[in-house]
Design a protein around this ligand. Structure first.
Ligand code: ASP
Length: 342
């Protein structure tokens, strides 16, 4: 009999109202079972499941150190279940989905993240529908990757972004196609599912919450911001969210020098575009090609969330700067579009 482990870590799905707005509350597992019993026959079609609850957080309080505990919990239970569902807040679900994807390379079972825009038990909540869909997909043995199931879609975990604070379809993968469409039927696009060329390479490394800093470019941003962020000796990578095809203010010599100095000190400086769609194209403009001289690693169409998580996983795993730079260019689990996969 198929059995799924639900790991519950927080988010709106399990929150309750307070005078200051929604707050995390324990006991989601029991409330979920109660709600499913109320749903009657429909719930009978779902796979059996156990619930493991971690102290619930608003995912705005997520830190990379949480990822280790969750990866360890999944890995410890790996052989006892057919699939896994992670109940997580939507705000930082994209970061966690990518981080878990990078820590569960070679996975042979599904790991499906979901949550809700409206708490379980509140009128018009999307919680139950999302959990039912996630449980269904976690029972699909062909899914051997981390994916986000939300609203009407299943997305690859290392490609997804939160796109709406309002819509039930809160996620999208701007540079990717959905892995499944959830209508009356679940249309799983099997040809798009990830296929591993290697066996399990699981990791649950000790994260340093401060190891990776991110800097979103805006007009007028200068060297001061770069130097301020990289002054912290624990910052070992700086992720630039650049303009368009990967461009920065190339006339600002001090800004470029600050990036080059950071690279020379062993800080890995990497570059994603802040555009929703498209990729860093280092040769497209002189304002982008200058970054090569500063040792900046272009990350093609990787999402900022995936890039940030990959830097963290690499650094937590003990990789030196040269290894981090090399691994960023290797496609681990679909975080790069097909045209950028070496
Ligand atoms: N602030 C909530 C969280 O990310 C939002 C949600 O879950 O939808 O935990």
């Amino acid at each position: 009999m198929t059995r799924i482990l639900i790991l519950s870590v927080g988010g709106t799905i399990g929150m309750v109202a307070s005078a200051r707005g929604y707050v995390p509350a324990p006991g989601l597992g029991e409330r979920l079972r109660h709600a499913l019993r109320g749903a009657g026959a429909a719930a009978d079609a779902l796979p059996a499941f156990d619930v493991l609850e971690q102290p619930p957080i608003d995912s705005a309080d997520l830190r990379p150190t949480h990822w280790r505990a969750w990866a360890q919990a999944l890995q410890a239970a790996w052989d006892d279940y057919d699939g896994f569902v992670l109940l997580h807040g939507t705000d930082t679900m994209a970061w966690s989905a990518a981080a878990l994807a990078f820590m569960l390379r070679g996975q042979d079972k599904p790991v499906i993240l979901t949550g809700a825009q409206v708490p379980l038990g509140v009128a018009r909540s999307d919680a139950l529908a999302n959990v039912c869909a996630a449980l269904t997909l976690a029972a699909c043995a062909d899914v051997r990757e981390v994916a986000v199931c939300f609203g009407r879609h299943l997305w690859r975990g290392c490609r997804v972004r939160k796109v709406s604070a309002q819509r039930f379809d809160a996620f999208a993968a701007p540079n990717d196609e959905p892995l499944a469409e959830l209508g009356i039927a679940v249309a799983l696009h099997r040809q798009r599912l990830w296929r591993w060329s290697h066996g399990r390479r699981f990791a649950a490394p000790p994260f340093d919450d401060r190891a990776v800093a991110a800097l979103a470019l805006h007009p007028g941003l200068g060297a001061v911001a770069v130097r301020a962020l990289t002054a912290d000796a624990r910052v070992r990578a700086l992720l630039l969210h650049s303009y368009g095809a990967g461009n920065v203010p190339a006339q600002d010599r001090a800004f470029l020098d600050a990036l080059a100095d950071a690279s020379a000190r062993g800080v890995v400086v990497a570059n994603v575009t802040q555009c929703w769609h498209g990729a860093v194209d280092p040769g497209a403009y002189a304002t982008g090609s200058v970054l090569a001289d500063a040792g900046v690693v272009p990350l093609a169409d990787m999402t900022p969330e995936a890039a940030w998580a990959k830097l963290h996983v690499l650094l937590a795993g003990g990789a030196d700067a040269a290894t981090v730079r090399a691994e960023l260019g290797r496609n681990w689990c679909g975080e790069l579009g097909p045209q950028y996969q070496p």
